[in-house]
Write a protein that binds this ligand. Structure first.
Ligand code: TXA
Ligand code: MG
Length: 312
């Protein structure tokens, strides 16, 4: 089977709903990266999703919801969690909350944890699809486990076309980097993954610094040192490449190779990061990357680059 890539139309969304209801796998656009969606309530569908990605089953999936009402059927929202959802949903913030007994998301999707990751994507097609489906869809990034995340339908096809049923093509993802993941317990918020909502924005909203997860406390391969990895070797914080090395530049001073943002705009850089890494990976065995500031979205960009560069 090779999954067809189809544009988003009422009839292709209806087809996607049908495929998902039968336990199939559908790649969908979100504002961050493409997700590989399956019925969160169907353990067989979730098993085939783990298999298609080659993802270890101890790595839980994010359940995607169409709004707060759907989310409240799955998790216990503390006042802080409700405030965060009210402010940042729909949008690229995932909340890890205590799972509600009697929720529809199956144990396997949560890797048996007593918590659940919930996200309400801002992409209109994703929300319409989840709304029409009527219950949460799990959707990890639609790449083979450990590989660079997909920001275009073609990236999904390269990694997964022979393993899934359908690819909905919504064009390039607007944000380009995954959601920020926050675990919220009572009035404490802990940053599990830097992402598309910068942590300083979250801290300003909450009114206090975020707690940071210590490596040992969380089992989540998105947090593993090596992840988002191209085949090429990466060197980071490099002002000029060596001979024969691909170059991923940033800002007006960078010359040659590809440039994440000639004007030095971090939002533009986030949008282009994964597509440019994939493009350089096709042509080079070694890639040097320019220094990227740590402010705002720079935290998430540097996080992904560090994992892409890491070799165990
Ligand atoms: O932007 C995104 O979040 C994208 C789009 C498709 O929505 N999804 C995404 O999913 O990045 P994935 O599976 O590639 O990364 C989800 C991360 C994993 O590192 C997983 O371990 C963590 O979320 N996660 C999910 N549920 C969790 C839980 N209950 N506790 C701790 N970590 C959790
Ligand atoms: Mg991923």
């Amino acid at each position: 089977m090779t999954a067809p890539i189809v544009p988003i139309l009422p009839e292709t969304v209806a087809l996607a709903v049908e495929v998902l209801a039968e336990g199939g796998l559908v790649a969908i656009p979100t504002e961050t990266v493409y997700g590989l969606a399956a019925d969160a309530a169907n353990p067989d569908a979730v098993v085939s999703l783990y298999e298609a990605k080659g993802r270890p089953r101890f790595n839980p999936l994010i359940a995607h919801v169409s709004g707060i009402e759907m989310a409240m059927r799955e998790a216990v929202f503390s006042p802080l969690a409700a405030r965060l959802a009210g402010k940042f949903w729909p949008g690229p913030l995932t909340l890890v909350l205590p799972a509600l007994i009697g929720g529809t998301v199956c144990d396997l999707a949560r890797s048996g944890l007593q918590t659940i990751g919930l996200r309400c994507p801002a992409h209109p097609a994703a929300r319409i699809l989840i709304g029409e489906f009527g219950r949460p869809l799990v959707a990890p990034s639609a790449n083979r486990s450990g590989h660079v995340s997909p920001t275009r339908a073609e990236h999904v096809a390269v990694d997964l076309a022979d393993r899934i049923n359908l690819i909905l093509d919504g064009g390039p993802c607007e944000v380009g980097i995954e959601s920020t993941i926050l675990a919220v317990e009572g009035d404490t918020a802990t940053l599990l993954r830097a992402g598309a909502v910068p942590s300083d924005e979250l801290e300003a909203f909450i009114g206090q610094p975020l707690a940071r997860a210590s490596g040992a406390s969380i089992t989540a391969p998105g947090m593993l040192k090596s992840h988002y990895a191209p085949k090429a070797r990466l060197r980071l914080n490099i002002d000029a490449p060596d001979d024969g090395e691909g170059y991923l530049g940033f800002g007006p001073a960078s010359r040659g190779g590809l440039n994440l943002s000639p004007s030095g705009d971090l939002a533009e850089a986030a949008t282009k990061l994964f597509a440019m890494l994939r493009a350089l990976d096709e042509r080079f065995d070694r890639i040097a990357v320019a220094p990227i500031p740590m402010t705002g979205l720079g935290e998430a960009i540097n996080d992904r680059l560090a994992r892409a560069a890491h070799r165990d």
